[in-house]
Design a binder for this molecule. Structure first.
Ligand SMILES: Cc1ncc(COP(=O)(O)O)c(C=O)c1O
Length: 378
């Protein structure tokens, strides 16, 4: 996918072509097999994907669901979290992490993140504990892993549930172990833009606990184990068979895609590391980032984004407003000065284009444009 490019081409933030175009035939073949089965809901494709994904993550069970949002919600339901319970969440995350806690009626206890990693640290979480704490949801934001060994040790000491939000981090590792394999229940999103994405909506929960996996299978399917016998109030959160069909094709390429993302990130690191005041994604031994997003931080974020836009380079801000400043949570009345680190990260972050098949010449243009911005500034 690194064909002839022109110096004034628009550089998109994301282009699925490099990933999906070469798979067109494989997608069509597997769709044709799907049509032949005439089994449209919770069939072979879902089972095959669940088994392959559990193996990839390194857990006994993977339960396919309809989205990452559904995965977080079901994980909290399976853990029995509800009103009166406190759940510790990062102040800087995508809104889904918070919404899941709201869905089960538990109390959100946001923690301002570590300013360097942008994630939970065990020390920060420990400070937020109260006698009502029941669970923590570490989010491996942008694909940067949280320090899971320390967080699991803390959770063990305080008998807390750990639900990893691994929506953005398929393939990230802590040491040699994959994120999404540490917590008691772990939520994964396969939204198309993710490291492993469906061609629509999909998600999964992984766990090593057989009984929890059983509960999750019931909860995703109207609370029934036997048809028309509803044991609990469940949902229709089933993973779609067609999405599982696509995911099965894509699973074979995941390891290569993870390696390519890391290579692209390394090229950005090399090209941008000497620009004073520009903060690159943290490199911390043992915490191996997978670069779902390559996010830089600058006090002149808005000017830099405008500069890049004038050079036809598309960038995105993930995320302009943390959940506590969204109208959806206005009733919580967070004080103006709450969560200063999350606010500051939101004001300075900028995600650069990074996708499978990104032409080397395009990446060079992004690097040179940022270098030129710095030169002009100084
Ligand atoms: C951190 C995080 N958690 C949860 C989700 C929810 O996933 P989905 O969009 O599949 O519902 C997302 C992404 O969209 C996410 O980025």
């Amino acid at each position: 996918m690194r064909g002839a490019e022109h110096s004034n081409d628009r550089i998109p933030f994301l282009d699925f072509g490099g990933m999906h175009d070469p798979l067109k035939e494989a997608f069509m073949d597997s769709l044709s097999q799907f049509l032949d089965t005439k089994w449209y809901v919770l069939g072979n494709a879902v089972r095959q994907f669940e088994s392959a994904y559990a193996q990839f993550i390194g857990q006994q069970h993977s339960v396919g669901v309809s989205s990452g949002m559904a995965a977080l919600h079901l994980a909290l339901r399976a853990a029995g979290i509800g009103p009166g319970d406190e759940v510790i969440v990062p102040a800087n995350t995508y809104i889904a992490t918070w919404l899941a806690v709201s869905y089960v009626g538990a109390k959100l206890v946001p923690v301002d993140p570590d300013p360097v990693t942008g994630n939970f640290s065990a020390e920060l979480v420990a400070r937020a504990l109260t006698p009502a704490s029941r669970a923590i949801i570490p989010v491996h934001l942008y694909g940067m892993p949280c320090p899971m060994d320390e967080l699991m040790a803390l959770a063990d000491r305080h008998q807390l549930w750990v639900i990893e939000d691994n929506a953005q981090a398929h393939g990230a590792t802590v040491g040699i172990r994959r994120t999404g394999s540490f917590g008691h229940l772990n939520a994964h999103s396969f939204y198309p833009t993710k490291v492993l994405g469906a061609l629509g909506e999909a998600g999964a929960i992984t766990t090593d606990d057989h009984e929890l996996a059983d509960q999750l299978c019931i909860l995703r399917n109207y609370g029934q184990r036997k048809r028309y016998e509803n044991e609990v109030i469940g949902y229709n959160y089933r993973l779609d068979e067609i999405q599982a069909t696509f995911l099965n094709v894509k699973m074979h390429h995941l390891a290569n895609w993870i390696a390519e993302r890391r290579q692209l990130a390394n090229t950005y690191h090399q090209g941008l590391q000497d620009l004073e005041g520009l903060r690159l994604p943290p490199v911390i031994p043992g915490l191996n980032h997978v670069y779902h997003l390559y996010v830089i931080h600058s006090d002149q974020r808005d000017e830099l984004q405008q500069w890049l836009s004038e050079k036809k380079i598309e960038t995105i801000v993930h995320y302009p407003k943390p959940p506590h400043r969204q109208s959806a949570y206005a009733q919580d009345n967070w004080p103006e000065r709450a969560f200063p680190v999350a606010n500051r990260l939101a004001a300075t972050c900028l995600s650069l284009p990074l996708y499978i098949g990104m032409p080397a010449s395009h990446q060079m243009r992004v690097i040179e444009a940022i270098q030129a911005f710095w030169k002009r500034r100084n």
